[in-house]
Ligand binder design. Structure first.
Ligand code: PAF
Length: 269
């Protein structure tokens, strides 16, 4: 496994890869959810590239950029274990040599609802760095988790609308045995907060069983220390909820100082 941090090193490393190339993009602090992405990509591609970069562009001024966990050595161990061929872990200066980029990807209407409404500029930052990393790594396939469902939809839309020759593949959310969706931010949770955080998955399941959000809202009401941001039922493309058939439940909530998101697919009878 080669680990590089500069553009010339990346160009040389990329040129040496064989077969179709898959990329998994991360901000590090890798967990079993990332491992599922890496293993799936490893199984489906000739070569596997992992990017690790905590992208300042996608953090708001009051968000957790500074304290976001940085665990490079452990991340590289997991990468090696998963058969990664090339790791690109650039510095901020390598990614943004002239400072904050003046030109950013506009995520369009899907980028200003839900996560985009609560975190202004978030998806501009995500799509801008994903677009740059696509240009730099030139993958044939890219793997993203369904845990970040809106992000996955927007990256698919960007690939389609910008004619990027990249097959964007979604990988199901990995959960702890008690239902908590894996997230690098779970590390922030104190034991009592982690217990309270289980309400996200409980509410999604209750709403899925009932086929509407009311049952999920009732679950949140039982755990007042968790501050609900949203719980919505939409169609699979995040448009208005259908009467029948495939739909998506999405939620976001604050558990203490930590903001968590989760979602679940449902089939409405
Ligand atoms: O999902 C993430 O970890 C990030 O949003 C991504 C896609 C790596 C862009 O920084």
């Amino acid at each position: 496994m080669k680990v590089v941090s500069t553009r010339p090193e990346l160009r040389a490393g990329r040129a040496a890869l064989t077969g179709d190339v898959a990329v998994v993009m991360t901000m590090g602090a890798l967990h079993s959810g990332h491992e599922a992405l890496l293993r799936r990509a490893r199984a489906e591609a000739g070569s596997l590239v992992l990017t690790i970069f905590v992208n300042p562009l996608q953090f708001g001024p009051t968000e957790d950029f500074e304290r976001y966990p940085r665990t490079l050595e452990a991340d590289l161990d997991m990468a090696r274990d998963c058969g990664v061929d090339l790791v690109f872990a650039p510095t901020r200066e390598v990614m943004y040599p002239s400072g904050e980029p003046a030109v950013r990807v506009d995520p369009g209407p899907l980028g200003v609802v839900l996560e985009g409404a609560s975190r202004p500029g978030f998806f501009h930052g995500v799509l801008t760095v994903v677009n740059k990393l696509f240009q730099l790594t030139r993958p044939d396939q890219a793997y993203f988790g369904e845990k970040d469902y809106q992000q996955l939809g927007l990256i698919r839309a960007m690939a389609r609308d910008f004619d990027l020759p990249i097959d964007v593949r979604g990988v199901p959310t990995v959960r702890e045995p008690d239902g908590l969706a894996l997230s690098s931010r779970n590390r922030y949770l104190a034991p009592a907060e982690r217990e309270a955080a289980l309400v996200l998955h409980r509410a999604l399941r209750a709403a899925a069983a009932a086929g509407d959000v009311e049952a999920g809202l009732a679950e949140f009401a039982k755990v007042p220390e968790v501050k609900l941001d949203y719980l919505v039922l939409t169609d699979p493309m995040l448009g208005p909820a259908p009467q029948h058939g495939p739909a998506r439940l999405l939620t976001a909530a604050w558990v203490g100082a930590t903001r968590l998101i989760d979602n679940l697919g449902v089939d409405l009878p």
